[in-house]
Design a protein around this ligand. Structure first.
Ligand SMILES: [Zn+2]
Length: 249
């Protein structure tokens, strides 16, 4: 039976059973096996993979495994240091529009607080999430490996266990989108951009105490929610600074 040797690098090892982490291991197979199919059967979602080398040469997901191949599989991080190879996605992962799977409500608020465009609706089905991701070029954020293994999912990020801060930091590093962050520019409730609004225009909607100390307000263009720098804002700002690793002012 034909046999190939695999090695996975960096955090791709998280998806493997302990005995296969950070070591070469051999896999026997029958018939024609595309490399993508084999990688996923080993437990690694294809969306996490950016570069595959077979005997030192980069191949795409359709490559058919041959007897005695030596396969090295790299995530996006690791591949940044490797030049002169074909990455699996012609358009790199640097997309900055997202759709979150259900059960990710905790990161939605803070991603939006960073000004990142994140679609979220907890009533969506898996199929609906994938379709919106495709039609609007949104990266899927999910805790489900199963979702990332669907054939038509090309841009997705597996959300590993951790604190909200750790999870969001990883997304930002993974896609290298720190320069896309504009804190407090987006509605936390509906994801729409915020506009400055004159105090006089909305004065009847502001609590009396707030009116006294605050003169700057922003308003959502879509749901009309009004935001100002109150206690709630200060608490969120702390978390945003933590995520961005900025000292408190
Ligand atoms: Zn809104």
């Amino acid at each position: 039976m034909p046999m190939v040797t695999f090695r996975f690098y960096e955090e791709l090892n998280d998806f493997l059973p302990r005995r296969r982490r950070k070591v070469d291991f051999e896999i026997m197979f029958k018939g024609k096996r595309p490399i993508k199919d084999m990688i996923e059967s080993l437990g690694v979602p294809h969306t996490e993979v950016d570069l595959i080398l077979v005997d030192g040469k980069s191949v795409d997901f359709n490559y058919i495994l041959q007897d005695k191949d030596r396969v090295s599989v790299y995530p996006v991080f690791e591949s940044l240091n490797i030049t002169n190879v074909t990455h699996l996605r012609k358009i790199p992962l640097r997309r900055n529009k997202f759709i979150a799977d259900i059960n990710l409500g905790n990161i939605v608020k803070y991603m939006r607080a960073l000004g990142l465009d994140l679609f979220y609706d907890s009533s969506l089905s898996t199929r609906e999430i994938i379709e919106i991701s495709k039609s609007e070029n949104r990266v899927i954020l999910t805790k489900s490996r199963k979702l990332l293994k669907f054939k038509d999912v090309s841009h997705g990020i597996f959300i590993r266990p951790g604190t909200t801060t750790e999870q969001i930091r990883r997304i930002i590093d993974f896609l290298d989108i720190k320069d896309k962050i504009k804190p407090f520019s987006r509605c936390l409730r509906c994801n729409t951009l915020l506009n400055i609004v004159l105090k006089g225009k909305i004065i009847d909607r502001i609590p009396p105490k707030t009116k006294e100390f605050c003169n700057e307000y922003v308003q959502c263009q879509s749901c009309n929610k009004i935001y100002w720098k109150g206690t709630h804002f200060i608490n969120m700002e702390k978390v945003v600074r933590q995520i961005l690793d900025q000292p408190e002012s």
